[in-house]
Ligand binder design. Structure first.
Ligand SMILES: [Zn+2]
Length: 87
């Protein structure tokens, strides 16, 4: 059985048809992208491993609106703040 040398994979206990319980190693889930202002999870940004993210087109990696690193509420507040500053 292949045992990983690093902690990048997690253990999963799997019951085989013969009744034995064996350990399988699966990659850990990635954390969701966070808003740079409030820290809430960003919608429309997948949480995949870097090699899977590389295969995705750019349009599927971030929302197509201004300030994609902010959540929609923070973006809205920021835009209003900027507009009021100019007056
Ligand atoms: Zn936010």
């Amino acid at each position: 059985m292949r045992v990983p040398r690093s902690r990048s994979q997690r253990k999963v206990y799997v019951k085989t048809p013969g009744g034995k319980t064996t350990i399988h190693y699966r990659y850990k889930k990635h954390k969701f992208a966070k808003c740079a202002n409030c820290g809430s999870t960003l919608k429309g940004v997948p949480n995949k491993r870097p090699n899977e993210m590389k295969k995705l087109p750019k349009t599927k990696k971030r929302p197509s609106r201004p300030h994609p690193h902010l959540c929609s509420q923070c973006m809205r507040k920021g835009i209003i703040k900027e507009a009021r500053k100019n007056d």
